[in-house]
Design a protein around this ligand. Structure first.
Ligand SMILES: NC(=O)c1ccc[n+]([C@@H]2O[C@H](COP(=O)([O-])OP(=O)(O)OC[C@H]3O[C@@H](n4cnc5c(N)ncnc54)[C@H](OP(=O)(O)O)[C@@H]3O)[C@@H](O)[C@H]2O)c1
Length: 271
């Protein structure tokens, strides 16, 4: 896809990978529609994008975990930019700790943002893309979507779900002109919470953003970075031992995670 003048929508553009991706698209003269919940941060990112060369930048406060706000973001972008060429589903959140201690609100936030948020925006963006017979949906998944992370259980579950969603949709849309790409960042230096106990090399947000922009220009099924690709290849053989090894590594780095923990209130309430 030609990026100059293309209409690119990015969720979660107020920091980290989303911010870096907006700036990378701006450098290629794409027109941008950005959303997140922190409007002040989005305004600052929009300024950087204009300075980097974007001919049009619109921002909108939207919580993608809320169906109406997610859909309204896409509808407003379509109205402002006339078309939808690229949708980058980047907004995501995590929670680290013992699975049985994860508060209900946190479970709902992670599932509603990481999985349902992607479903709402993509459902809204597909009709105009299908009418154009062109478009690229890029889902920012995670290495945790092919190699689950102990103590980031619900996060891993949502990212595995994104892997399935992307692959199924890719088949459904084959021949339509609309492409679906799944990007699996490895550890990336951002404010992201689950990184506190992460294992392995860390990439910059700009590195990941460059691979997202490349995926928009030359769409392919999966975009992985070393050593995520290795973990993916060896998963069927070594998945079992890796489950235990990663659990051990996380407990050794965060000793507070060892042991059974407390019986949380929301479990204790059950008769
Ligand atoms: N950093 C890593 O190591 C890593 C590795 C693998 C995958 N990822 C994935 O990369 C994506 C971006 O993460 P990041 O590392 O760049 O972390 P980040 O700096 O915390 O960025 C997360 C972005 O998502 C937005 N967001 C969160 N919840 C939202 C919601 N309900 N509605 C709208 N926007 C929301 C945040 O903006 P507001 O708070 O302003 O809403 C922020 O712009 C996530 O999907 C994450 O799972 C990250």
């Amino acid at each position: 896809m030609r990026l100059r003048g293309a209409a690119v929508l990015i969720t979660g553009a107020s920091s980290g990978i989303g911010e870096a991706t907006a700036i990378e698209f701006a450098r290629r003269r794409a027109r941008l529609a950005l959303c997140a919940r922190r409007l002040d941060r989005l305004q600052a990112v929009a300024e950087k994008c204009r300075a980097a060369g974007a001919p049009a930048v619109t921002i909108r406060r939207a919580d993608v975990s809320r169906r109406g706000e997610a859909r309204a973001f896409v509808a407003a972008a379509l109205r402002d930019l006339d078309r939808v060429d690229v949708l980058v589903n980047n907004a995501g959140t995590g929670w680290t700790g013992r699975f049985h201690e994860m508060p209900e609100e946190a479970v709902l936030e992670v599932v509603n943002t990481n999985l349902l948020g992607v479903i709402w925006t993509t459902q809204a963006a597909l009709p105009p893309m299908l009418a154009q017979r062109a478009g690229v949906v890029i889902n920012v998944d995670s290495n945790a979507g092919v190699r689950a992370l102990p103590y980031s259980d619900v996060y891993s579950a949502t990212k595995y779900a994104l892997t399935g969603l992307g692959h199924a949709l890719r088949g459904e849309l084959s021949g339509s002109g609309v492409k679906v790409v799944t990007v699996y960042p490895y550890i990336t230096r951002t404010d992201f919470d689950p990184n506190s106990g992460a294992v392995g090399p860390a990439y910059s947000a700009t590195f990941v953003a460059a691979s997202i922009v490349r995926a928009a220009r030359f769409p392919r099924r999966d975009v992985m970075h070393f050593p995520g690709r290795l973990a993916h290849i060896f998963e069927p053989l070594l998945g079992g031992p890796l489950d235990h090894l990663l659990g051990e590594i996380r407990r050794s780095r965060q000793p507070e995670l060892a042991g059974p923990g407390d019986l949380p209130e929301h479990v204790a309430e059950i008769d």
